[in-house]
Design a protein around this ligand. Structure first.
Ligand code: NAD
Length: 320
């Protein structure tokens, strides 16, 4: 198997490359990453040292020449993780989000067509479904797309292009939509690593609005296992939700992290709410469980403890 992973120097991509090469050491994995602020080759230092099948190419998924150069080497499957991913940044400037998330996906899809790639997996997000109110049933794969942030809109645009390339050209595209991931190597602009690293440095922990927003948390390794199943046995043209099954209010999550770290709740600082802030996300994962046999291996509490421990033990990774 020769896999192309785009955005492999980011959080989920680097965890996926490590996971997949550990389980399939004879596979080749080509990592195509532009190395934006979110990409960090330190995430893969151990992988580069331990696996002969790992290759890195620095390049932009929206650059057709860079993409063609990689596809021309022969690819059995492509997984597109590359994206601009931070909602707050998309509110400040949507342009890089449209360029990478929509146009970049279009460039990859065209290359996959041209080079007849047998499998293309688009790593999308639950945010394309928009927001739930407390008490609403979780989103299924049939829920309408109703994105609320420029980030979510750009991911929904990419999903629709993927759907169209499957319907129009028969391209074997599969879309996965996961909930909020957490785990090692997550850039400390996102809620969990920001809270842990600020707490470790006794800095204030910003909480948007009233802190009542609810997210559904998925341990990154459980997502990697789901992606492996989709890669090996998912059906082209299908969408699979991947959720953590653990809904928790932001404020309760922050309190839990402070307790695990032995830090005071006095660090919590409420700040004005994010514009258009989604209230609640929750995913129905019956389809991937029924059709591909996926289930989570880690409890939320165990995964959170592991994550906290990783940041405590690796200040050399996050302090720079
Ligand atoms: P991340 O921000 O940590 O990493 C993104 C990676 O993409 C970085 O290595 C960056 O250098 C690379 N990249 C950005 N623009 C690029 C371009 N034009 N060409 C090539 N590489 C480029 O992101 P993440 O959290 O690992 O998310 C990975 C994927 O999963 C994204 O598509 C995201 O939308 C999706 N997702 C993430 C979460 C989450 O909780 N982190 C939840 C749902 C979906």
């Amino acid at each position: 198997m020769r896999l192309l992973v785009t955005g492999g120097a980011g959080f989920i991509g680097s965890n996926f490359i490590r996971y997949i090469l550990t389980r399939h050491p004879d596979w080749e994995v080509i990592n195509l990453d532009k190395l934006t602020y979110a990409g960090n080759l330190a995430n893969l230092r151990d992988v580069a040292a331990n696996f002969a099948g790992y290759r890195f190419f620095q390049g932009d998924i929206a650059d057709p020449d860079a993409v063609a150069a990689v596809f021309a080497t022969g690819i059995d499957a492509a997984l597109n993780f590359a994206a601009e991913t931070h909602v707050d940044r998309s509110i400040t400037d949507a342009a890089p989000f449209v360029r990478t998330n929509v146009e970049g996906t279009r460039v990859l899809l065209d290359a996959a067509r041209k080079y007849k790639v047998p499998r293309f997996i688009q790593v999308s997000t639950d945010e394309v479904y928009g927001s739930l109110e407390p008490g609403d049933p979780p989103f299924t794969e049939e829920s309408p797309l109703a994105p609320n942030s420029p980030y979510a809109a750009s991911k929904a645009g990419a999903d629709l292009l993927c759907r169209a390339y499957h319907r129009t050209y028969g391209l074997p595209v599969i879309i996965t939509r996961c909930s909020n991931n957490f785990g090692p190597y997550q850039f400390p602009e996102k809620l969990i690593p920001l809270t842990i690293t600020n707490a470790l440095e006794n800095k204030p922990i910003p909480v948007y609005g009233d802190g009542q927003n609810i997210r559904d948390w998925l341990y990154v390794e459980d997502n990697c296992r789901a992606l492996e199943l989709v890669l090996l046995s998912g059906q082209p043209g299908e969408v699979y939700n991947i959720g953590g099954g653990k809904e928790i209010r932001n404020i309760d999550l922050i309190r839990l992290l402070l307790k695990l770290l032995g830090k005071s709740e006095e660090l919590i600082t409420f700040v004005p709410d994010r514009p258009g802030h989604d209230r609640r996300y929750a995913l129905d994962t019956a389809k991937i469980t029924r059709e591909l046999g996926w289930r989570r291996e880690y409890s939320f509490e165990e995964a959170l403890r592991r994550t906290v421990q990783w940041y405590v033990e690796n200040p050399g990774w996050w302090q720079p």
